[in-house]
Design a protein around this ligand. Structure first.
Ligand code: AKG
Length: 236
C-alpha cells in the first residue's frame, strides 16, 4: 500500500459522536491486579516497555480478548465476525521517559484499517490514572479521517506509535483524560486521536492494547498480511 492507496475515511463513527466508549469490564479489579503483578515481576529487571502478541503469550490475555462484556460490545460495533489483528502490552515504568504521542491506531506505513470494520480497545491491567499515564483522547477527532503522521524513526523501533503531524507534544485543549480502574476497558474508533503521558508515580502502569477487526477490514502493503486470530463468526 503506497501513499496514493491510503484512504482518508472521514466520517461518522460506529461508536457515535465522541468516537469512544468507557464503562466496560474485562475482568474483576482484583484479578486484573493479580495479572499486573505477574507482568511486572516478569519484566521488572529488563524494564520491558512493549510486549507484543500478548494474546499468544499469556493465557490471561487470550481470555481477556474474549471477555464477554468487551466482545459483546465489539460485536455490536463491527458485526458478529470478530478477529484480533494485534495486541501488545504497554508498561510505563516509574522514572522512565515514555510518553506516547497523539496518534491514530488504525493506520501505519504498512496497513490501514477500515473504521467501519475495526475497533481499538485499551484494557487497564493496573489502575490507569492521570498521573501514571492513562489515555487522553480528543472526542470527535475520528470525523476528519486519517491524518498525516510523522515518518518512522528510532522511536518506532522502540514500539511507540507514530505521531499525528501538527499536534502538540503534550496535552491538548480539547483532550479528555480516561482514567480507568484495573479490570475496566474502553473502546476507541481506530481514527480517534489519543496519547498517553509519562508515569510520574512510584508503581508501574500496565495496559493491554487490542485491535479487533471484521472480515475485509485490513488493507496491507505487506505480501505477508497480518495473521488474524479469529474469535467469532465466519469469513476468515
Ligand atoms: O498504552 C498506552 O499508554 C497507549 C498506547 C497506545 O495508544 C498505542 O501505542 O497505540
Amino acid at each position: 500500500m503506497n501513499h496514493a492507496e491510503q484512504v482518508r475515511h472521514a466520517g461518522p463513527s460506529p461508536l457515535g459522536e465522541s468516537g469512544y466508549r468507557t464503562g466496560l469490564h474485562w475482568n474483576t479489579n482484583s484479578r486484573a491486579r493479580a495479572r499486573a503483578a505477574e507482568v511486572i515481576a516478569e519484566h521488572r529487571a529488563e524494564q520491558t516497555e512493549v510486549v507484543r502478541d500478548a494474546h499468544l503469550r499469556f493465557d490471561w490475555a487470550a481470555h481477556a480478548v474474549r471477555s464477554p462484556d468487551l466482545l459483546r460490545t465489539v460485536q455490536d460495533t463491527i458485526g458478529g465476525s470478530v478477529a484480533v489483528e494485534n495486541t501488545f502490552l504497554m508498561i510505563k515504568w516509574p522514572g522512565r521517559d515514555f510518553p506516547v504521542p497523539w496518534h491514530q491506531d488504525g493506520t501505519n506505513p504498512r496497513m490501514q484499517l477500515d473504521p467501519e470494520l475495526s475497533v481499538a480497545a485499551w484494557l487497564a491491567v493496573t489502575d490507569a490514572t492521570t498521573v501514571n499515564g492513562c489515555l487522553q483522547v480528543i472526542p470527535g477527532s475520528h470525523a476528519a479521517g486519517y491524518l498525516d503522521h510523522t515518518r518512522e524513526d528510532s522511536d518506532a523501533q522502540r514500539g511507540k506509535a507514530l505521531g499525528v503531524q501538527g499536534m502538540p507534544d503534550g496535552p491538548h485543549e480539547r483532550g479528555v483524560w480516561l482514567p480507568l480502574d484495573a479490570g475496566q476497558a474502553c473502546l476507541m474508533d481506530v481514527r480517534l486521536i489519543h496519547r498517553s503521558d509519562n508515569n510520574t508515580t512510584a508503581g508501574a502502569r500496565v495496559g493491554l492494547n487490542i485491535r479487533y477487526v471484521a472480515p475485509g477490514a485490513v488493507r496491507s502493503s505487506s505480501p505477508h498480511s497480518p495473521s488474524l486470530y479469529p474469535l467469532t463468526g465466519s469469513g476468515w
